[in-house]
Design a protein around this ligand. Structure first.
Ligand code: DGP
Ligand code: NA
Ligand code: NA
Length: 233
């Protein structure tokens, strides 16, 4: 049965977290770990590349997106505060940014590539609903996410406001302020309480401890996964 290994699909891993929880660094550590375990691993992020990240982390497929695609540029300028967008409009752009790569995610997973996704639909609904716009509820925000590839596991890196404060001041991007972060934290909790396949990780611990917990959660997920299955939606 030489065809067996070719049938092994990749694993779709989403990493979510509060700002300054160390999400991107942990994604990189996880990528290294999974590569050592023999997985072919790709890293993608929404809403796209940031310039202060290590270039070698990125293994973009031809259909990959970053903040330099037309949609990525709009999102980037909005996040930096250089442009205004209606709350609903920017929400749909963030979602469209994910739909741009949905097909390539499915193809990669089917052909055996494991993908680590840095932020996904959960950030999408939470950051938008946190604006407390009366016509932008969590339910409304979920609608354009329906049908996107569903992750096999979602790791949520939580961090207390106290620990976040120790890690230095907020950056200049739109959502990096205290009031927004408090609402974001509450909403993540609300959606993850109802969700299966989510591992909540205390990212206030040391880098080593956090990566150990992540490895444990991902290893458990992979051992339970039916590798001949297709990705859920
Ligand atoms: P990051 O570089 O991962 O910290 O993300 C940049 C910011 O964008 C962060 O404050 C969270 C926010 N964000 C990420 N994805 C979405 C999304 O889909 N919708 C909204 N409204 N905000 C998002
Ligand atoms: Na951020
Ligand atoms: Na996004």
């Amino acid at each position: 049965m030489t065809g067996l290994s070719a049938m092994r699909r990749g694993v779709l891993i989403v990493v979510e977290g509060l700002d300054r929880a160390g999400k991107s660094s942990q994604c990189e550590v996880l990528r290294g770990f999974l590569s050592e375990q023999g997985h072919t691993v790709k890293y993608i992020r929404f809403p796209g590349i940031q310039l202060n990240c290590i270039a070698s982390m990125y293994h973009w497929s031809n259909a990959s997106i970053d903040r330099t695609t037309p949609i990525g540029k709009l999102i980037d300028s909005y996040l930096r505060g250089s442009s205004h967008q209606d709350d609903h409009s920017i929400h749909l752009l963030f979602s469209a940014n994910r739909w741009e790569v949905a097909k390539s995610i499915e193809e990669d997973i089917a052909s055996g590539t494991t993908i680590i996704v840095d932020r996904y639909s959960y950030s999408g609904v939470v950051y938008s609903a946190a604006k407390a716009n009366p016509t932008l509820s969590l339910d409304w925000a979920w609608q354009p996410e329906i049908g996107l590839p569903r992750p096999d596991i979602c790791l949520f890196l939580g961090i207390s406001p106290e620990e976040a404060a120790k890690r230095g001041g907020f950056g200049a991007e739109r959502y990096e302020n205290e009031a927004m972060q408090i609402r974001v934290r509450e909403l993540f909790q609300t959606i993850f309480e109802k969700m299966q396949d989510v591992a909540v990780i205390d990212a206030g611990k040391s880098m080593g401890e956090v990566s150990k917990e992540i490895r444990g959660a991902v290893t458990g997920c992979i051992s339970r996964l039916d590798i001949t299955s297709t990705l859920r939606k």
